[in-house]
Design a protein around this ligand. Sequence first.
Ligand code: TIU
Length: 219
Amino acid sequence: MPQVDAAPYPFTFQPEQTALLVIDMQRDFVEPGGFGETLGNDVTLLQKVIPPLARVLAATRTAGMTVIHTREGHLPDLSDCPPAKLNRGEPSMRIGDPGPKGRILIRGEYGHDIVDDLKPLDDELVIDKPGKGSFYGTDLGEELTKRGITSLVVTGVTTEVCVHTTVREANDRGYECLVLSDCVGSYFAEFQQAGLAMISAQGGIFGWVASSEKFLEVI
Ligand code: TIU
């Protein structure tokens, strides 16, 4: 079985039972004029994730592994967006407001879609999710079961928000998770560091952490 040099100890996996999960690499989070910027963030900080993630995506496709993408967003009538999420904080624009890349975080809008460099292939599953976790309000669990997937290689944004929530949900559902440190990104350097440390602490309380280089060495 392939073994990745990871913290807190090597991560072993069966490629045919492992999926690459690419979380929320949407224009709304990584480009100006989207949801991330309305929350007051410097979205350019997330763009450094794209080149290593593109390499991992290409390698997992070549290896014939399952690739699954997620997108955070809401229905045009906002019926799946709780008022608590809509009203939280003091955003410069709210979810559903018209922005330069279309309505903020609304399914079907240009800003809601995945960046060109990581565009899903036609046969790759794209999960639309209303929350931070990829399991909440979606059929991700059923889709993984259908495909016989038991391990996840987790990438995407942001480390301490959607990536962490998803890894925690996955743990409680019995999945083994490897998080690729340079393929996840945060608007906050200290949260990136702490978020990754929290995954592998306590003997891998939520899973494993490795660089994309270490993962690419074995697939
Ligand atoms: N704000 C923030 O850091 N993240 C989100 O709102 N969603 C995701 O992380 N995808």
